[in-house]
Design a protein around this ligand. Sequence first.
Ligand code: HEM
Length: 329
Amino acid sequence: MTKLNSLEKREPAEAANIAEMTDILRRKMERDYEKGDTRRDAHPKTVALLKGSFRIEPDLPRELKVGVFAKPVSHDCWVRFSNSSGKIQSDAVKDARGIAIKLMAPKTKAKNGDVPLGQDFVLLSSPVMPLGTVAMFRDAVYYTIESTPVLMAAKFFMMGKAGALLALLGLRISPDSLLDIRYWSTTPYLFGKQRAVKYSLLPTSKSAGKKTDSNGEDYLAENMQAHLNRHAASFDFCMQMQKDGMPIEDAGVLWDEQESPFIKLATLHIPAQKFRNKERFELAEALSFSPGNALPEHAPLGGLNRARIAIYKALSKFRHQRDSRDNLE
Ligand code: HEM
């Protein structure tokens, strides 16, 4: 069981809920995918795996020079864009979208730079995760996979949480391009020793990608490639400090931006590149991104993150072992 930080508090049934979710999702993967082609249980569709650089801001104030952000260096990184639905489906179907960034250690003479630094950032196209606690997430996993969504709706209604299900529907979007939308961590992370923060990525380039009436299955990848054939793309990587009343243990509660504005810490730069090839697809499947891949100064906080550390580790190991693939964490 993960050790708690002083900012955290565990629900009584947390360990059992995490074990149950791991088990249900593992069995679903076995049902859904043939051996040799086992995809992630969530966010299975890779829209793109891109090369990028994560450039720490040069003049951060002293109190923000923490962990990865301590020095104004540039880290090479891998950036995976995904659709969140638990099945591979057309990009034209409304869905929440994800972005995951894996930083590489700075290049030295001894290393060629392709060594993970141990720091990932995993974000979603929504500022909140309406299923904000481990208990709620467990119910959603259990009822949608093992039982029936009607009973889930009834339970959520009786608990006075029907709003979370409606909010969940609202997460599904149909953007022109994944290079032009904003992403949020939804869950909090440590920043140094005592402070908690959430992250957001804000697009700073405008891609030419446009939806059309005849959107194909993979129009998001097509639009992205059309842009990256000739142009770079970029995002501001920002963090928001926790203030009084902003909870750690419920990712369904928005941390108000008016009360605590986002502050830029780095630029995510994505150069022009070709990414629609077999090598990239295979690397995207081999890679594992997790909130658990974090330097101690940026350790994940809160129940959903504790659940994700355990579940991503177990299921990523499972899919890689099942397909006899390398697991690049
Ligand atoms: C307890 C709650 C959650 C569960 C059970 C869950 C489950 C999963 C699983 C099983 C994977 C695939 C892991 C792998 O095989 O490598 C995954 C990936 C992902 N999840 Fe979650 N998730 C949860 C909460 C969240 C939240 C709150 C976010 C918000 C940022 C999120 C965003 C993502 C993204 C972006 C990916 C794709 C990462 C990649 O590109 O490899 N998840 N999730």
